[in-house]
Structures are given as structure tokens and as C-alpha cells.
Write a protein that binds this ligand. Structure first.
Ligand SMILES: *[C@@H]1O[C@H](CO)[C@@H](O)[C@H](O)[C@H]1NC(C)=O
Ligand SMILES: *[C@@H]1O[C@H](CO)[C@@H](O)[C@H](O)[C@H]1NC(C)=O
Ligand SMILES: *[C@@H]1O[C@H](CO)[C@@H](O)[C@H](O)[C@H]1NC(C)=O
Ligand SMILES: *[C@@H]1O[C@H](CO)[C@@H](O)[C@H](O)[C@H]1NC(C)=O
Ligand SMILES: *[C@@H]1O[C@H](CO)[C@@H](O)[C@H](O)[C@H]1NC(C)=O
Ligand SMILES: *[C@@H]1O[C@H](CO)[C@@H](O)[C@H](O)[C@H]1NC(C)=O
Ligand SMILES: *[C@@H]1O[C@H](CO)[C@@H](O)[C@H](O)[C@H]1NC(C)=O
Length: 466
């Protein structure tokens, strides 16, 4: 009896908590309210951050945010349920102007990893005390280059000591990336069980090569059921072929596959094409022959490098997306049925494109769409009017899925964080199109319905227990 009473109290406590939660969740963007697809709602939950990039949840459910050019902050929230949250406390955790994007936690949550253009560092981290070690350890070095300076970090859940690091190119068309020894445009994996503080790994000469010829693969993810590694690549700007400017809709942004982090090296370590081969998005390209969406083509064809060599000697993408959308992160649902991709948005295109978060269906560890699909993604969160971008738009960067499967999105340009949650009714149905304009983000109603559900649950429990 005591047991059931305490359960009832817990249920009533939950109701009490929801009802009096300090969360007001009334932040509004300074630009047009973003749109959500059917089945989703969104709320702006943090403002005044400085270029928030990578985000990750700690073991206490608080959020760590890399602010490019300043360091890492810890954010705690008042959680009114669903998308109704407010920042309750902001703590500066690491002051380090060189940190610019990459962040990860060890699987036990006790080691924090972050990256500068040059190196990967670690600190011991106490999620309860909200403290890091005074000193850091350098784990990987030798990555400095111009232009593409983020170094995305992924801590494997399947192989807990393996850290994946992605490094981009030093220019739009970086000819040094043709040489493996340059270390440019590569994704590598490092076994952290085997690194000593006196001798960090050298990116160029050490580590396990997951792929090269990857111009700037900023989003890197591990599929949670089977464990395949996927990356999303920002492909080239301003290209032409046979003297014809084809840059508006080519080359496609890519999603590539890099095999597993276990002992298997199948589908791993290949050359994915850059800087010689690029993926077709729009087939209106001179002399393309029978190539279709997702096939790789050469910018200039000659006797040693041409469309044929791009087909036979380079690894083609698993999927291709509209040119210039700039995919920056990829995060899976825990059950592996869906991945979310943030598209930072274009600059190299007459009509701005991207500036949105989309979802991609997976099944048994692989995307369900065929490799030549032009509609593999479904938009779930987008700016109301891309013609206002980049100046009056959110620009999504980092993604994180929390314990309630809410999707968190950072926007560096606006210094904001949004939270997205599924609504109880409806399913996402738009296919590659801008989400319905009638489904604007809503806030107040959400918190109220969350509390109502809690009240009803409490009442049901009371009835059952008594
Ligand atoms: C790591 O520690 C070194 C040595 O104290 C320091 O110079 C460097 O700035 C630190 N790195 C970061 C990212 O804080
Ligand atoms: C561990 O590091 C040593 C010395 O750097 C190297 O010889 C060895 O191959 C590494 N082992 C693994 C599993 O990475
Ligand atoms: C690696 O993992 C994959 C996926 O679970 C599995 O199919 C494969 O057999 C594993 N290979 C090795 C060598 O462990
Ligand atoms: C063929 O084109 C590639 C890529 O542009 C270039 O590196 C190579 O030098 C060219 N080869 C010849 C024989 O012109
Ligand atoms: C493409 O390159 C391959 C390999 O060097 C060569 O055998 C072939 O003749 C080239 N094709 C064309 C059309 O130049
Ligand atoms: C996977 O998780 C999503 C989100 O919680 C859920 O909607 C979906 O039904 C789940 N699918 C399967 C097959 O478990
Ligand atoms: C893409 O289009 C194909 C063919 O019309 C359709 O079968 C498929 O469901 C669409 N995919 C998405 C994700 O909407």
C-alpha cells in the first residue's frame, strides 16, 4: 500500500512539477517564424549565444554547446515538457577561442572532446559539478589548413574507444587533396585506448582511413542498429564543364558510406572523388551521356581523368542532395529508422537553398531511397522565406536528439537554439518540399497540453492504484 501511495505521490508530483514549471517558452525570433512539417512543432529556446556550432547532451541531460571562437558553455533548462523549455542556467565551461565546431563525450560521459582547426583535445568532465579538468590532453594534431577549418568529432557507440575525426580541404578545389599524404579531405578513426599524452596522433600519418577525396564532410554519424558510418559532404562551388557554367545545380551534396569501426574494413578507406570527381545532381551537364543523379563526373575530361575513371576508380555517394545546401550535421533516432540532416544553406546560388533541417528514412542500417533519388529527404523545419536568407534566417548547424527524442538544433548566424518535437497526431508527409505554411511553430499551447496529459496520467494512476 505504501508503495502504491508513493507512486500516486510521484504521479501527482509530476503534475505539480509540470504545472508550476518556470518554463514560459515565449522566445520569438527576430525574423519570420520558421515552419514545421505536419507532425512536428518547434520552439526557440535559447538566444544570445555566440556562433553555436556542435551540441551534445551530457549524462545529466544538460547541453554542451561549442561557441565558435570562444569555447564551450553548459546550458541547463527548465523543462515544461514537449518544446516548452527555457534556459535556467548558463555556465561557461571552457574558454578557448580556437575551438570552432567539433564536440563529443566518451560513452561514460566523463571525458569531453573538442577540436580546433589544428587539434583534438580532451578534458575530464564532471556533469554533476559542471566542471572540467584544469588541463587538457592533446589527442590528435597536425590538421591546420585554410578555408575548411572545422574538425567534426564522432565518438563511436559500437566501438567505445574509437574517435572519428573529419578534416576538410584548404580551398574550393584543393589539388593537394589528390595526395593521401596531404591529410586534406579525409575522415580517419583513432583508437583512444592507445594514445599517450606525450605522443598525440598525427592526423596525416596515423589513424585508420575511413575515406579520402571527401571535400568537406562536416556531418558524420554512426547508424545505431548496425553501426555503419555515414558522412554528409559539402561539395564544390563555381564549377563549369566544357566551358559551360553548371554551378547553380551542380555538383550535388553527398551522403557517403564508410563501413564499420569493428575489424571489418569492407567499403572503407576508398577515394570518394574530390578534387577530380563530383556527383551529378542536375543532369543538364555537357557531354554527360548516360550518367544519372549520383553518378560521378569529371570537371575536365582527358586521357587519364574522365567520367569513366570517376565511375570505376572512385566511390560514388550513397545519396545526393541539391547543390549548395551545405549539410553540416547528421543525427539518428535511437531505433535507426530516421536520420536528421541540418542544411546550413547556400551562398553560391542565385536563389538561396537549404537553411533547413530534413529527415531521411533508414531501414536495416541503410537509407531506403535509391542512390539516384532526388527526393530522399523530407523537410521538417525550414525558414518561411528563403529569399530573406542568409540575413534574416536561422542557419542550422549542430543537431542533438535528447532522451525524449526531441531534436535540438543550433543556429550559428542567429546565436540560437531550437527544439523540435513530434506532435501526438499527424505524420510528416511533405516530400522534399517546403513544409506547409499553415503549421507554424507554437509554444504556449504545447506546454499546456503537456500539463494536461500529466494531469490525466496522474488521474488514471490514482484510479488504478486505489
Ligand atoms: C590545452 O592546454 C594547452 C596547454 O596548457 C593550452 O595551451 C591550450 O590552449 C589548451 N587548449 C584548449 C583548446 O583549451
Ligand atoms: C598503438 O600504438 C603503438 C605505438 O604508437 C603502435 O605501434 C600500435 O600499432 C598501436 N596499436 C593500435 C591498435 O592502434
Ligand atoms: C562488423 O559489424 C558488422 C555489423 O554488425 C558485422 O556484420 C560484421 O560481421 C562485423 N565484422 C567483424 C569483422 O567483426
Ligand atoms: C587530366 O586532367 C587532370 C585533372 O584536371 C589533370 O590533373 C591531369 O594533369 C590531366 N592530364 C593530362 C594528360 O592532361
Ligand atoms: C579515360 O581515362 C582512362 C584511364 O586513363 C582511359 O583509358 C580512357 O581512354 C579515357 N577515356 C577517354 C574518353 O578519354
Ligand atoms: C522509431 O522511433 C520513432 C520515434 O520515436 C517512432 O516514431 C517509430 O515508430 C519507431 N520505429 C520503430 C520501427 O520502432
Ligand atoms: C520519392 O518519389 C518516389 C517516386 O514518386 C516515391 O515513391 C517516394 O515515396 C518519394 N520519397 C519520399 C521520401 O517522399
Amino acid at each position: 500500500m505504501k508503495f502504491s501511495i508513493s507512486l500516486v505521490n510521484a504521479a501527482l508530483g509530476a503534475v505539480f512539477f509540470k504545472t508550476v514549471s518556470a518554463a514560459t517558452c515565449n522566445l520569438k525570433p527576430s525574423y519570420a517564424t520558421p515552419l514545421t512539417a505536419d507532425g512536428w512543432q518547434a520552439q526557440l529556446v535559447a538566444t544570445s549565444l555566440s556562433k553555436p556550432r556542435g551540441i551534445v547532451f551530457d549524462t545529466s541531460g544538460n547541453l554542451l554547446v561549442v561557441q565558435a571562437g570562444s569555447g564551450i558553455v553548459h546550458l541547463a533548462f527548465d523543462d515544461g515538457g514537449s518544446t516548452c523549455l527555457d534556459v535556467s542556467k548558463k555556465t561557461s565551461l571552457i574558454n578557448a577561442p580556437t575551438l570552432n565546431h567539433g564536440i563529443a563525450l566518451s560513452n561514460d560521459g566523463k571525458i569531453l572532446y573538442a577540436s580546433s582547426s589544428e587539434a583534438v583535445f580532451s578534458w575530464s568532465y564532471d556533469a554533476s559539478a559542471v566542471t572540467v579538468s584544469y588541463t587538457n590532453q592533446t589527442l590528435v594534431t597536425g590538421m591546420t589548413n585554410d578555408d575548411h577549418t572545422t574538425r567534426t568529432l564522432l565518438m563511436s557507440q559500437k566501438e567505445p574507444s574509437i574517435l572519428v575525426v573529419s578534416r576538410g580541404s584548404t580551398s574550393n578545389i584543393d589539388t593537394e587533396a589528390e595526395f593521401l599524404s596531404s591529410g586534406h579531405s579525409q575522415i580517419k578513426a583513432f583508437d583512444l585506448n592507445n594514445v599517450s599524452s606525450s605522443a598525440p596522433y598525427d592526423f596525416n600519418t596515423q589513424g585508420r582511413l575511413l575515406g579520402w577525396g571527401l571535400r568537406n564532410s562536416v556531418g558524420v554519424a554512426e547508424e545505431p542498429t548496425i553501426g555503419g558510418i555515414y558522412s554528409v559532404e559539402n561539395s564544390a562551388d563555381e564549377i563549369d564543364r566544357a566551358g559551360v557554367d553548371i554551378h547553380q545545380n551542380n555538383p550535388g551534396e553527398e551522403m557517403n558510406y564508410h563501413g564499420f569501426l569493428n575489424a571489418s574494413t569492407e567499403n572503407q578507406g576508398g577515394n570518394y572523388g574530390y578534387p577530380l570527381c563530383f556527383a551529378v545532381w542536375n543532369t543538364n551537364i555537357p557531354d554527360l551521356g548516360t550518367l544519372k543523379v549520383g553518378d560521378q563526373f569529371a570537371l575536365d575530361q582527358n586521357a587519364t581523368s574522365n567520367d569513366t575513371t570517376c565511375q570505376t576508380k572512385r566511390v560514388s555517394p550513397r545519396l545526393t542532395f541539391q547543390a549548395h545546401m551545405a549539410p553540416l550535421d547528421m543525427k539518428f533516432l535511437p531505433n535507426g529508422t530516421e536520420a536528421y540532416i541540418s542544411f546550413h544553406g547556400s551562398w553560391d546560388r542565385t536563389n538561396p537553398i537549404g537553411y533547413k533541417v530534413s529527415s531521411l528514412l533508414f531501414s536495416s542500417g541503410s537509407p531506403t531511397a535509391p542512390s539516384d533519388s532526388t527526393n530522399s529527404t523530407t523537410d521538417i523545419f525550414a525558414n518561411a522565406d528563403n529569399s530573406a536568407c542568409p540575413d534574416n534566417c536561422f542557419r542550422p548547424v549542430g543537431l542533438a536528439v535528447d532522451g525524449e527524442e526531441r531534436l535540438w538544433v543550433s543556429s550559428d548566424a542567429t546565436g540560437e537554439l531550437y527544439v523540435l518535437a513530434r506532435t501526438s497526431t499527424g505524420t510528416a508527409t511533405s516530400s522534399g518540399a517546403t513544409p506547409s505554411a499553415t503549421k507554424k511553430s507554437s509554444a504556449g499551447r504545447v506546454g499546456a497540453s503537456g500539463a494536461l496529459v500529466a494531469v490525466l496520467l496522474g488521474a488514471v494512476l490514482v484510479v488504478v492504484m486505489l
